[in-house]
Design a protein around this ligand. Structure first.
Ligand code: NAD
Length: 501
């Protein structure tokens, strides 16, 4: 396994980034970062405890007045420099992400890292477009205008599936709008979040604007959510943990943004291009080894195409190359950990009792957390494999007859993050975009995202938007300012209090 990445020596100082420098955690507990391709620990660090969260929140709070008071142009310039520092470090970021997640180097080099740099450049521009509504005399005696203001210290919590991109999605709109941030990455994948924060400092973003606490969810995570000096919680993760976070945030009446789980359907109508649907279903299901909240996990195929697509998808899945994530020829890396691989395998093993494993359904015999691309047919709509988020390279295929039935089945899970439809009929496409209840609907594709467009869920997939100018709705609050224009002592409306006296 050549060209592997080694965790730089500077991280021996610790995995907490507070007030512009690395320091150790004080929880008294340590955490290993494990290479999921080999099972070998590649780094060990002291986890953050409540005292570290307190220190990070204090640093963010101290940095807030100056950062919030910077002009949009000043924040924009800092973000442009940030994008440029990230671009200079693209190779290191890609290799560190591949090491800690097991993602194929093609994915980190062509998707995770350029996506993050582009997001940074987008928010550098967007920082100068923050606007309130235009002013006007909505009452004859007053002038009103709306100020759009930052909220304060944002406590952000991110998952392990796209650590760098999730750090970027959480931090960039928040700081572009003048907030300061304490980010808690998943404790098994802290490295690129720390590198992201270091790059912010090296770009001249003031100390304390971006802080990272690498700690466990129950410990550092809950302390951050419940912290009285944190004005908002922005959480990306599972729906189960999101529910708990929402409960904790309620105790301090925090603003909340929840990006939760998904179980995205891909509805293939009988006029679709069958080859394109096969390619799209496999790519949409296997991206990031299926550890993607928007991954195509349920493909519904109208009866005339069902057999052809089942065979086609199984054949293409069998050509996918599992291997060393650092080898550019590798298509599919391991899952993030052996424990997660076992969880995925258990879903498939339980499904054998009521469905057919068409291809895959096993783990190769090596030390990594690999699992073969898996297609499952014959499952009932209400079965676990169709309804639950598996978060692995597992696709379920189901037939449908009428268009009504296909769209109804697609909507029949608690989730609503993403969905897609394959058809060459413009009216079917139009109907699907209207009726699929999800935060993103693709036609004849599944997965692409771009900085300018919002990402976020409906229903059990959460609420609020990442990316795009829409994310400013989460990270700003609007204030109505009203001026009296009359200078009259006893104003007209005072009659409601004084009568005609
Ligand atoms: P998770 O919910 O287990 O953990 C997410 C984060 O929450 C981690 O940092 C974890 O340490 C922290 N956490 C855990 N318990 C906590 C608690 N009690 N209080 C506060 N924080 C706590 O999710 P995961 O396994 O890391 O990630 C996979 C999940 O993330 C999937 O459900 C996936 O769909 C979802 N996800 C959603 C999006 C989206 O945009 N909607 C994007 C990526 C991932």
């Amino acid at each position: 396994m050549g060209n592997r990445y080694h965790v730089p020596n500077r991280f021996a100082e610790g995995a907490q980034y507070i007030g512009g420098r690395l320091r150790p955690g004080t929880s008294g507990r340590t955490q290993a970062v494990v290479d999921p391709a080999t099972g070998a620990p590649v780094h060990r660090y002291e986890l953050a405890g409540p005292a570290d969260v307190d220190a990070a929140v204090a640093a963010a709070r101290a940095a807030f007045p100056r950062w919030a008071g910077a002009t949009p142009a000043e924040r924009s310039e800092a973000l442009h420099r940030f994008a440029s520092v990230l671009a200079d470090r693209a190779d290191e970021l890609a290799r560190a992400e591949t090491l800690q997640c097991g993602k194929p180097i093609r994915l980190t080099t062509e998707f995770d890292v350029p996506g993050t740099i582009d997001n940074t450049a987008f928010f550098a521009g967007a920082a100068r477009h923050l606007q309130g509504q235009s002013a006007g005399e909505y009452s004859a005696d007053h002038t009103s205008y709306v100020r759009r203001e930052p909220i304060g210290v944002i406590g952000s919590i991110a998952p392990w599936n796209y650590p760098l991109q999730m750090a970027a999605w959480k931090i960039l709109p928040a700081i572009a709008a003048g907030n300061t941030v304490v980010l808690k990455p998943a404790e098994i994948t802290p490295l690129t979040s720390l590198m992201f924060a270091e790059a912010a400092t090296d770009a001249g973003i003031p100390d304390g604007v971006v802080n990272v606490v690498s700690g466990a969810g129950r410990d550092a995570g809950e302390h951050l959510v419940a912290h009285p000096d944190v004005a908002m919680t922005s959480f990306t993760g599972s729906t189960a943990v999101g529910r708990r976070v929402a409960g904790l945030a309620a105790s301090t009446v925090k603003r909340l943004h929840l990006e939760l789980g998904g179980k995205a359907p891909f509805v293939v109508f009988d006029d679709a291009d069958a080859d394109a649907a096969v390619q799209g279903a496999v790519a949409g299901a296997l991206i990031n080894s299926g550890q993607d909240c928007t991954a195509a996990t349920r493909v519904y195929v109208q009866r005339p195409l069902y057999e052809e697509l089942t065979e086609g998808i199984a054949d293409v899945m069998a050509t996918v190359r599992l291997g060393d994530p650092f080898d550019p020829a590798t298509d599919l890396g391991p899952l993030v950990s052996a424990a997660h691989r076992d969880r995925v395998a258990a879903f498939v093993d339980r499904a054998r009792g009521y469905a057919t494993v068409v291809t895959g359904g096993s783990a190769p015999k090596n030390e990594g957390a690999y699992y073969r691309p898996t297609l499952i047919a014959g499952a009932a709509q209400d079965s676990e494999i169709v309804q639950s988020e598996i978060f692995g390279p597992v696709l379920v295929i189901l037939p449908f007859d009428s268009d009504d039935e296909g769209l109804a089945l697609a909507g029949d899970t608690p989730y609503g993050l993403a969905a897609s439809a394959g058809t060459r009929d413009v009216f079917r496409a139009g109907r699907a975009t209207r009726e699929l209840r999800a935060g993103c609907v693709w036609i004849n594709d599944h997965i692409p995202i771009i900085s300018e467009m919002p990402h976020g869920g409906y229903r059990a997939s959460g609420f609020g938007k990442d990316m795009s100018a829409y994310s400013f709705e989460e990270y700003t609050q609007v204030k109505h300012v009203m001026y009296d224009n009359t200078a009259v002592v006893r104003k007209d409306w005072h009659r409601t209090v004084f009568g005609d006296r």
